[in-house]
Design a protein around this ligand. Structure first.
Ligand code: MOS
Length: 733
């Protein structure tokens, strides 16, 4: 039997998803279900002077309208609202008081017998505000930006080295606000089980995080709330922190002692977290041979008035390339907006965009091929910490990606390549992300008939977690994958951090492996109790579970069937739960890498840009499932195209309100924008990062993509647009 790990296994949950059997947070049924609709603020800052719910309350079918004035008891301290991934500051408290902190803030929940009535009645809630001046424009708050991150020890003297460099490039890059726009709307169904107990189906990347948060907010005992999220229709980081729909649904259920379903509207999704608008200033200085003298990278991003959200945008620049002098600094400006949050490869998607465009501009100035420039600055060590990587096959990414793309045929001269009326541009960039892992618990139940159940409280946000957990368990237990049932997305299951940071594949796989070890140990013990056991004298590490057998590694003739061992031992199921920790040292850096090559065709008269080809070559350790992993990278590339050319949340700063809060006017790539995308994984054996050599691929795929496209647009047109998205107006300006 070929191992499942490393294969192209189709999603084990695919059938449930395409047939509609998979249920999402807003689809669970409950007896006597009531429906909620949220009223949101129409000002960005101030307070609610008066909220009149009388017209909503008289609508037939309306049960109640909840506001800060009639809410149940909620935690009065910040601690009650802190979740496991909360940034510093004082978390937002939905319906807590009369204060307005951002436009689109939830201020009332209308509950009715059906959803249409709730939604209609929500339009009848009348609010009078005391309005205060607000600021939502990052560019007007730059003078008040303050430093949140800088290197402990800047390397060398970057300013001096830059001034003395033979060739210099310095520029400012801008990335606007982007919203996640997952297909599934944020939703919660709070099922009232009586006696104050609730089961909350919530759209989230972390059921245990939401469970603890809800207990904190409402002062509930841990056994009063169970949170479930068996399926998630995309989240991309927007579901890492508990969102307000869960609070509001529970709020209503506790007050009315009734089950409540609440689904946000697409417009309301724009009142949640987002990728913060960021200004990135990068300077690079090099010798004529393309070796770097200095890199500096400063970023200014936005955050809310009440929390300090920031991610590493800048230190990638000091880490990635060999440079004796570096300096970076990250600043934040406080605005009257909701707190930003993680969005796929937070910090890197933005910071590396700026770095990789700057490297392209330096290559142009040096008249060196962009791939060649990166090879001349290549580093086998993390330049910040001066330690080697657990593995780094980035050179192979450059080689394989370039070969597959046909990079050698590139004419370096801008505007030199054409296809009919279109200018053709070829650009490339490097990607880098972290290979993180988190302590995780797993339970395995193996029954004598050869079926296994493996469970963990993690989630599958569409990434393929169900599938890879089934693959790893099938291999470790020696059973066919069809015999493995995976349970996840339930706060009662063994512990897991939120699913994020690309750490889930490595973390759950390792936890399955160590738990399967315990199962094997028990089976071996049973087998060795048999008279004349063929496995007598062997240690746990001397045997494997394979095709229903406990088998000696060295001698295929020494076997006992699992069923036989269990039958003779008088057990019909073996159950183990174990928590896996990771041994990490500070002697290694843990990263994934990639090389992206993009082709654009630009209509010379109209400025219309099409991304016709992308090759993304990725080094991410062992790939558990080549199919789901390639899908992760492909989806990331699509988003990178969106980031480069389409996506931008537009705020009317006069009102501090999002103007394009819908996916008609917030442009995401559609089928016509997505053409040929090739994903290639290079071999990257790694026995240091973790025992299975897994690094995770959820985020690496987007890093560098926007830069590769922007660099291709420059190569096609000779025009450098540093301010994303690269729209026709900017290109033809
Ligand atoms: Mo990811 S942005 O950690 O879901």
């Amino acid at each position: 039997m070929k191992p499942y790990i490393g294969s192209s296994t189709s999603r084990v949950d695919g059938r449930a998803k395409v047939t509609g059997m998979a249920q999402y947070a807003g689809e669970f049924k409950a007896p006597d279900l009531a429906y909620g609709s949220v009223v949101t603020s129409s000002i960005a800052r101030g307070r609610i002077a008066r909220i009149d719910t009388s017209r909503a309350l008289v609508v037939e079918g309306v049960i109640d309208v909840l506001t800060h004035e009639n809410r149940p008891k909620m935690a009065s301290t910040d601690e009650g609202y802190h979740d496991e991934v909360a940034p510093g500051g004082s978390p937002f408290r939905p319906l807590y008081d009369d204060k307005i902190r951002f436009n689109g803030q939830p201020i009332a929940l209308v509950v009715a017998e059906d959803w249409e009535t709730a939604r209609f009645a929500a339009t009848l809630v009348h609010v009078e505000y005391e309005v205060e001046d607000h600021t939502t424009d990052l560019h007007v708050r730059l003078d008040k930006a303050y430093v949140v991150e800088k290197p402990d020890k800047p390397r060398g003297n970057a300013a001096k080295a830059l001034a003395a460099a033979a060739v210099r490039h310095e520029a400012e890059y801008f990335i606007p606000i982007e919203h996640h726009n997952p297909m599934e709307l944020f939703a919660a169904t709070a099922v009232w089980n009586g006696n104050g107990k609730l089961t909350v189906y919530d759209k989230t990347q972390g059921v245990q995080n939401v469970q603890r948060y809800l207990c904190g907010v409402f002062g509930l005992n841990s056994d009063a709330v169970r949170v479930m999220s068996p399926y998630v229709g995309g989240a991309f980081g927007s579901g890492l922190r508990p969102q307000y729909e869960a609070v509001l649904a529970v709020h209503g259920a506790l007050k009315l002692k009734r089950s409540i379903r609440l689904v946000l509207s697409r417009e309301q999704m724009y009142g949640l977290g987002y990728r913060p608008a960021t200004i990135e200033r990068v300077a690079v200085g090099a010798k004529a041979d393309g070796t770097l003298d200095a890199i500096t990278h400063d970023a200014i991003a936005m955050t809310s008035q009440y929390e300090e959200f920031s991610r590493n945008d800048t230190s990638w620049s000091a880490l990635l390339y060999k440079s004796p002098n570096t300096k970076y600094e990250h600043k934040l400006a406080r605005l009257d907006v909701p707190t930003p949050c993680d969005m796929r490869a937070p910090g890197a998607a933005t910071g590396v965009y700026a770095l990789e465009c700057a490297m392209d501009e330096l290559a142009v100035a040096l008249k060196i091929d962009p791939v060649e420039l990166r090879l001349r600055c290549y580093s086998d060590r993390d330049q910040n910490t001066d330690v080697p990587f657990t593995s780094k096959q980035l050179k192979e990414c450059y080689r394989k990606g370039a070969e597959l793309f046909g990079w050698a045929r590139r004419n370096p001269e801008p505007r030199s390549m054409r296809d009919g009326t279109e200018l053709v541009g070829w650009g490339m960039a490097t990607g880098i992300w972290e290979a993180l892992q988190m302590p995780t618990g797993v339970r395995i139940v193996l029954t004598a008939n050869g079926y296994a159940e493996v469970s963990c409280a993690t989630s599958d946000i569409g990434t393929g977690t169900y599938t890879i957990m089934a693959q790893v368990a099938a291999d470790m237990l020696g059973v066919p994958i069809e015999n493995v049932t995976v349970k996840l997305g339930d706060s009662l299951l063994p512990h897991s951090m939120v699913e994020g940071g690309s750490w889930t594949a490595a973390s759950t796989s390792h936890a399955i492996a160590v738990t399967a070890d315990e199962v094997r140990k028990e089976l071996l013990g049973l087998a060795q109790k048999m008279p004349d056991s063929p496995l007598a004298g062997l240690q746990n590490e001397d045997v494997v579970l394979k095709e229903g057998m406990i088998a000696a590694k060295q001698d295929p003739n020494r076997t006992v069937s699992v069923a036989e061992a269990m039958r003779r031992g008088g057990v019909d199921r073996i159950e183990h739960e174990k928590s896996a920790e990771f041994k990490e040292d500070d002697k290694h850096a843990r990263n994934t890498h990639s090389a992206i090559f993009a082709e654009v065709k630009v209509d010379e008269q109209l400025g219309v840009i099409r991304v016709t080809r992308v090759v993304n070559a990725v080094a991410a350790g062992r790939i558990i499932n080549t199919k789901t992993a390639a899908s992760q990278i492909m989806g990331s590339v699509v988003w990178g195209i969106g980031m480069a050319l389409h996506e931008e949340t537009l705020v009317d700063h006069k009102f501090g309100r999002v103007m394009n809060a819908n996916i008609a006017e917030y442009h995401v790539p559609v089928n016509a924008d997505v053409q040929d995308i090739k994903v290639v994984f290079v071999d990257e054996p790694d026995n240091v990062v973790n025992p299975l050599g897994i690094k995770g691929v959820g985020e690496i795929g987007i890093v560098g993509v926007a830069a590769a496209v922007a660099n291709a647009v420059y190569h096609a047109t000779g025009k450098r647009v540093r301010d994303l998205p690269i729209t026709i107006d900017k290109l033809l300006q």
